[in-house]
Design a protein around this ligand. Structure first.
Ligand code: ARG
Length: 461
């Protein structure tokens, strides 16, 4: 008979059995479920709600089950619906009727809310570890390329020169915000809902603080209805995961571009690229493409959660069982992507010379030519127009700004002097952009130092 079968005169239809069972996916909560039950049973004994002896029997039984699941000795049953009832059923089969006392002063509603919070807390820590590895990889790579000049783009048109280290540090900062977001989301998740019961708490004299402490939560939830209904934390996690994926995806897009024959800024390691079954010459950036492609599924998980939650009245509704697959999928995806991304970056070859050559064409120093005039008293708007005309002139004559003779420059503005050529040389253009947060080698060195400090602080968390 079902654990809840008392008021039913008929068996559950087989179709419904399969439809509503969640054991196929929520079995991954088994550790959290058992730890939660151990804390709960211990508390029941402590409070005299069951005897100390009974509590001991339950705790020992649960520990054995935990071990057996770890060793692969337990078969879960679809009939027993979910991980919570599977564990309880196995416990009762093993320890006898006392097993039926475990669920005193508890509901699956507060139990599942507890398990999922515990699970996500652990997983956030693992995701953070992976993000930190990525951040370290970026810092190391950046440190090697503070002098590597490359073209910076807007609209994917050459814009102004930057350094490769600076470009990498832009990603460092995106992922640093992701680290922050995950920590923030962890903090709000760190709330212990057990004791909320089905929705209205319990009549038993339970000790919620005891359970909270045992399970390592920062505080207990403040409202029993909210305690069982709140899935904000799953949404927050998926939102944070979506942003990580968005950042990885933009980076992936650049990796794909940079590794193309047209750019050749980088060469991916053979171990992190794949071939074609028909075109023998191919070496494809599949890892980056897959990361970019997988971003969509994480966004999908976020939207699934938001949509699932938007119309359900308080408190628990079975719709909420849908939270787990979305969270698990987002989690698995983001972790897998982070895991493969760092070594892909660490092993790629950077073609410094190609990057530098790329920074030379395309009038990338046009702003600097305008700045030259502006710094010598020409209003910037006028300087802009002068250089614009020079660019047009160059295009008509197949020249670059630095190819022009001083006389040609002076025809458009007498302010140009000989030193302009040094001023608009690529290295000088980059070197001069030394504002805090700028791409000049000396500014990026400072940024890298700050980045290292940030990572040290995070590690202490
Ligand atoms: N498997 C359920 C879930 O994941 C557990 C809670 C069931 N509660 C209930 N009242 N049916 O949401």
């Amino acid at each position: 008979m079902k654990l809840w079968g008392g008021r039913f005169a008929k068996k559950t239809d087989k179709l419904v059995e399969d439809f509503h069972s969640s054991i196929s996916f929520d079995q991954r909560l088994y550790r959290q479920d058992i730890f939660g039950s151990i804390a709960h049973a211990t508390m029941l004994g402590q409070q005299g709600i069951i005897t100390k002896e009974e509590a001991n029997t339950l705790v020992n039984g649960l520990k054995e089950i935990l071990n057996d699941i770890k060793e692969g000795r337990v078969e879960f049953e679809v009939d027993a619906e979910d991980i919570h009832m599977n564990v309880e059923k196995i416990l009762t089969e093993r320890v006898g009727d006392v097993g039926k006392k475990l669920h005193t002063a508890r509901s699956r509603n507060d139990q599942v809310a507890l398990d999922l919070r515990m699970y996500l807390k652990e997983e956030i820590k693992e995701t953070l570890e992976l993000l930190l590895v990525l951040e370290e990889t970026l810092l190391k790579l950046a440190a090697r390329h503070t002098e590597t000049v490359m073209p910076g783009y807007t609209h994917l048109q050459k814009a102004q020169p930057v350094t490769f280290a600076h470009h990498l540090m832009a990603y460092f900062h995106m992922f640093a915000r992701d680290v922050d977001r995950l920590r923030d989301c962890y903090r709000r998740m760190d709330v212990m809902p057990l004791g909320s019961g089905a929705l209205a708490g319990t009549t038993f004299p339970i000790d919620r603080e005891f359970v909270r402490e045992g399970l390592g939560f920062a505080k207990v939830s403040d409202n029993s209805l909210d305690g069982v209904s709140d899935r904000d934390f799953t949404v927050e996690f998926c939102a944070a995961a979506s942003l990580i994926m968005m950042h990885l995806s933009r980076f992936s897009e650049e990796i794909v571009l940079w590794s193309s024959h047209e750019f050749k800024f980088i060469i991916l390691d053979d171990g992190f690229s794949t071939g074609s079954s028909i075109m023998p010459q191919k070496k494809n950036p599949d890892v980056a493409e897959l990361v970019r492609g997988k971003t969509g599924r994480v966004y999908g998980d976020l939207i699934a959660l938001l949509t699932m939650l938007k119309g359900i009245p308080l408190a628990y509704n079975k719709d909420m069982q849908e939270d787990k697959e979305a969270v698990f999928d987002a989690l698995d995806t983001v972790k897998k992507c982070l895991l493969v991304f760092s070594p892909m970056l660490a092993t790629m070859k950077v073609n410094k010379d190609v990057m530098r050559a790329g920074a030379k064409g395309g009038f990338i120093n046009a702003t600097d030519a305008a700045d030259y005039l502006a710094a010598r008293g020409v209003p910037f708007r006028e300087a802009h127009a002068v250089v614009g005309k020079l660019v047009l002139y160059c295009e008509q004559h197949g020249k670059t700004l630095e190819d022009l003779e001083l006389e040609e420059l002076q025809q458009l503005s007498p302010v140009f002097q000989k030193d302009v050529f040094q001023f608009i040389s690529i290295d000088h253009c980059v070197k001069l952009r030394n504002v805090p947060g700028g791409p000049a080698p000396c500014a990026v060195v400072v940024a890298i130092k700050q980045g290292e400090k940030f990572l040290d602080e995070i590690k202490e968390w």
